[in-house]
Write a protein that binds this ligand. Structure first.
Ligand code: NAD
Length: 283
């Protein structure tokens, strides 16, 4: 019988803890922790994500600054907004909501964020530190997954972990985190052969593919832990990358969609903002 890892509940605990820490921070340093969010254009999914991030930022008692730039903004206009926030000492974290409109170079814009304010953990300096096992700002989604795994109290040391997906924001940092947890890690992707056989050996599967119900029961070993990062909008609403209904009874732990990894991503964004603020005050 599967245990459902409740991302909603776990993220609420993290946010409530941050709410207390934010009061202590303000008492100690005489200012509010501040997160700036930049949204360019009117992508409906991005608008929802930004709205949820702002709501959560305010919930924990941080100051939220939001910048809405029109779709036809020039790269220079977006760059100027990022640069002014980079130079603003009262700002602890800068988040540029992706994707940016096609005419704007994302890498160029992201690289204007100082690594110390990179709350998404996307910049080379922060990814490099993760690679080296140094303290750093860790990408929110894999960091949230790591917290979910921690909540199971399972010792993952020496376990076979399979990450499906090799994106820079989910798959690769996820694999590094699992390696830091002493897992034996296999990264699978669109060119992987024998995916089913590889997954069948896994004590832990993290699915970050972007294909509805891609991970099916015949790919999952009895008692495995299955984490579903996927968010797919279908006619039947939000669906993960795992065929939850048919997979769940095989697993020891599984995450649902919605209510799994998604809420954890936002909680870890706030946690990263807190850590950036504390590091700044103690630099
Ligand atoms: P991506 O498109 O950048 O990467 C998808 C990965 O899946 C690629 O590395 C690709 O090689 C792999 N892949 C594609 N087809 C495959 C196949 N047939 N077999 C094996 N591997 C295959 O996506 P991403 O940004 O990493 O996101 C993945 C999913 O996670 C998406 O559904 C996205 O919406 C979701 N996501 C959720 C959160 C969250 O907060 N829950 C955050 C980020 C992304």
């Amino acid at each position: 019988m599967a245990n459902i890892i409740d991302g909603k509940k776990l993220s609420q605990e993290i946010k409530d803890n941050l709410k207390e820490k934010s009061v202590e921070f303000e008492k100690l340093y005489g200012r509010k922790i501040t997160l700036a969010v930049i949204l360019v254009g009117e992508n409906p999914a991005s608008q929802v994500y930004v709205k949820n991030k702002i709501k959560a930022t305010e919930y924990v008692g941080f100051k939220s600054l939001s910048f809405y730039l029109p779709n036809d903004s020039t790269e220079e206009q977006v760059a100027d907004t990022v640069k002014s926030l980079a130079n603003d000492n009262s700002v602890d974290g800068i988040l540029v909501q992706l994707p940016l409109p096609k005419h704007i170079n994302e890498t160029k814009i992201l690289n204007l964020i100082p690594a110390s304010k990179d709350v998404d953990g996307f910049l080379p300096e922060n990814v490099g530190k993760l690679m080296l096992g140094m303290p750093t700002t860790i990408a929110c989604t894999p960091y949230g997954v790591a917290k979910m795994l921690e909540s199971t109290n399972i010792d993952f040391s020496g376990k076979n972990a399979v990450v499906i997906g090799r994106s820079n924001i989910v798959g690769k940092p996820m694999a590094l985190l699992l390696l830091n947890m002493n897992c034996t890690v296999t990264i699978c992707h669109s060119k992987t052969k024998n995916l089913k056989e590889i997954c069948k050996q896994a004590d832990l599967i993290v699915a970050a593919i972007g294909k509805p119900k891609f991970v099916t029961a015949d790919m999952v070993k009895d008692g495995a832990v299955v984490i579903d990062v996927g968010i797919n909008r279908t006619e039947n609403g939000l669906v993960g990358d795992v065929d939850f209904e048919n997979v769940k009874d095989l697993t020891s732990y599984i995450t649902p969609v919605p209510g799994g990894v998604g809420p954890m991503t936002i909680a870890m964004l706030l946690n990263n903002t807190y850590l950036c603020a504390v590091r700044k005050e103690n630099a």
